[in-house]
Design a protein around this ligand. Sequence first.
Ligand SMILES: O=C(O)[C@H]1O[C@H](OP(=O)(O)OP(=O)(O)OC[C@H]2O[C@@H](n3ccc(=O)[nH]c3=O)[C@H](O)[C@@H]2O)[C@H](O)[C@@H](O)[C@@H]1O
Length: 445
Amino acid sequence: MAAPKVVSPGLHPQLVKLLEADTYQYTSKGRGPHHSLSYYYFFSRAAIRHLGSLKTFCFLSFLLIIAWGFVSQRSPYSTAAWEKAVLQSAQRQEGGQLTVLVTGAAGFVGSHVALALKKRGDGVVGLDNFNDYYPVELKRARATNLDQAGIFIAEGDLNDQRFLAKLFELVHFTHVLHLAAQAGVRYAVKNPLAYVHSNVGGFVTLLEQCKNSHPQPAIVYASSSSVYGLNSKVPFSEDDRTDHPASLYAATKKADEVLAHTYNHIYGLSITALRFFTVYGPWGRPDMAYFSFTRNIVEGKPITIFQGPHAEELARDFTFIDDIVKGCVASLDTALPSTGSGGRKRRKAQFRIFNLGNTQPVKVGDFVSILEKHLKKKAIRKIIPMPSTGDVMFTHANVTRAKSVLGYNPTTDLNTGLQIFVKWYKSYYKEGAGHGDMLKGYKPY
Ligand SMILES: O=C(O)[C@H]1O[C@H](OP(=O)(O)OP(=O)(O)OC[C@H]2O[C@@H](n3ccc(=O)[nH]c3=O)[C@H](O)[C@@H]2O)[C@H](O)[C@@H](O)[C@@H]1O
């Protein structure tokens, strides 16, 4: 088939020839190497035909150059300064053995573990999209702490393949600690697709990147106690059923576990899932009950305490952040290397699942009493029926496996942990410290 003949006023004949050849390649034989040039050519020709002058063509070209400059400005990861910051952050110090990409590094657990790794000399690069699920100022403040410790957080979305590819091209990560997620059980009713986007789409994009890397990193990632769903066998053990989730959030975390298994099975990625049990502590998440209850008690506002269908109290195996950090670090240290290369596994790779809980469930009413004691203020308690937004009645971790393989041994009871949290909360939000308005207008889900 012959290429269509076109009239192109104002263009050099050589250029016309090149463009027409390329246009032909694009329209009749699939995508040619210069197809964006062809789009531009068609667009320009149409403009010239309709507006009728070379001046118009020049003006459009000028606009295109400005627009291109704007687009490339919006990709911070294409700058030399960005690359330098990533490389510096990835440098190991004396005593450091690992080079770790921490996703969700501006988040609660991510910021704590990133600091712990950096402190012992590991190379650490953070990744976070700084979404506004809860006040971004708190994430920025955590990022400032990391920055002061020499940890750079690359800002971008996990679903952005180019962004991930660029990071992995610059740094050979030995490990990925994947903690970025759309968190929160109840918010999933309001915005289910945010969970699918981050927890499923983002996770698969990351796994794809890891599988394609040479060498492949070992992956440790955050699952959740919520995968036990309606399980009634206590305490929860890793081999218990996890096929009856009570929330869409839990369903996406369960999806992560099965997706992880697939990538381990086909591509030889070494993968460890950590089922966290209601983690709390300083620099925590404002959407969680310990944080939002504290705020309401301090401000003299009522708190809502959920109750089961037969007036039973709900209970959680609240776990202090320092214990979780130790569990994460031990998981990284005991992770075996991945075994795949070039899209195939060479041999079977490590696949592990651990509960990281405190092993001592506490009823929500008792947990509020401990808060009252440390805040030296009574809560205005409103007992309401548990809404049908995905909560489960209780959680309780069996950590035998984590104990024997990771040496995991939770040591902070709820009384001590909440005392530490309240101390942090008061110092952080005190008047005049610049953080007073950080949560203004924010309502947890
Ligand atoms: O362990 C987990 O897997 C999960 O722990 C928490 O989820 P949750 O246990 O629901 O934590 P909170 O939202 O802090 O709730 C703690 C307890 O307070 C109760 N609650 C919460 C909010 C409220 O207004 N009233 C109330 O009684 C909840 O039902 C729950 O029993 C986290 O939010 C999840 O991201 C995490 O995956």
